[in-house]
Design a protein around this ligand. Sequence first.
Ligand code: SAH
Length: 385
Amino acid sequence: MINLQIKQKFHQKIKSGVDLIDEKDINPAPEDGYARLTYNGDFVAIAYFSPQNKGIGWIISREDKDINQDFWVNLLSLAKEKRSTYFKSPLTTAFRVFNQDGDGFGGLTVDLYNEYALFSWYNPFILSQKKIIVEAFQSAYPEILGAYEKIRFKPSDYESAHLFGEKKEEKFTILENGINYSVFLNDGLMTGIFLDQHEVRDSLIEGLALGKDVLNTFSYTAAFSVAAAAGGSKSTVSVDLAKRSRELSTDNFEANGFDLEANKFVVMDIFEYFKYADRHDLKFDLIILDPPSFARNKKQTFSVAKDYHKLISDSLSILSENGTIIASTNAQNLSPAKFEEQIKKGFGPKKYKIKEKFSLPADFAVNIHDRQSNYLKVYIIEVLK
Ligand code: SAH
């Protein structure tokens, strides 16, 4: 392991508890691998360096220790203990069991889907540590039958692959709060469900959608619509641009025996759908807005940071009186304050009340010293007269 002298500013940042290392902390970026950081000759922390989508490395220990198999078994076991309530619930079989710096090691996440694990590697160095991490995982989780992996950095030869143990059929169902969702572990980077939204789905099941006509925009596999239907919605319409979403959404409704008459799917650009619904005088009691951070279609680009307000203002013309909007974004670069500005801009002179706010659930453990690690922002907004 190399020794690296660091500057005062970086030393302060490490002391504040932030783990993500930026380009401006240390320049030029050291070579990929572990490093012992020192300040004025004294030990400060162990880090590893490797460029990824955000940052150039991570602080992984403020104690001087060896990063060996025992270290990993210990880290993974601690993360497992933290989630003991999730393991006890017979109603939920898919959740996150290791979440980056929230569990003490940035650059890695592990999710469980029944008895299968899904590893995501966010930079080349963490991928190079695969063998030691997988062996430690198998010792902490002897009950897991097999695993798949996703490569979340570029360039890479592949995005998704089988990692170890038994292989799972292409599509299968997991349980979340008693509802079935159809998932797949080895087809691109997505799996059919965004596990970080489970508390929002819970709230739809537990009363938010009851008796309502629901519009689910950017619906992907219609997971929010399925939760709404489970929660007694009168009807749901799910809108997504991707043709494949129709089949995936149908799988999800059928997995729960829900009626496909009351739960419809439309393949359409959402901005086109807003116009269509307005022309046809359609009204919804609950509109869910959960776009990707960036999207490009044939004509235009959409970015949450600049354009979210348009989703709100377009929704208002097809929202029934006293309707509810679920405004959601996972954009890491957008602070809650900036998101609220977008919402405010979208409402214009119209009055509204933010009834509830969700961020990441407990299984998506965050680094409490680094606000950026809690990227999810979901607001339940009631429109007032
Ligand atoms: N809300 C979903 C996840 C959304 S993923 C959930 O919780 O499961 C983003 C989805 O937005 C993708 O399925 C993509 O096809 C869709 N999308 C992107 N741009 C779109 C547009 N302009 N109109 C409709 N859907 C769009």
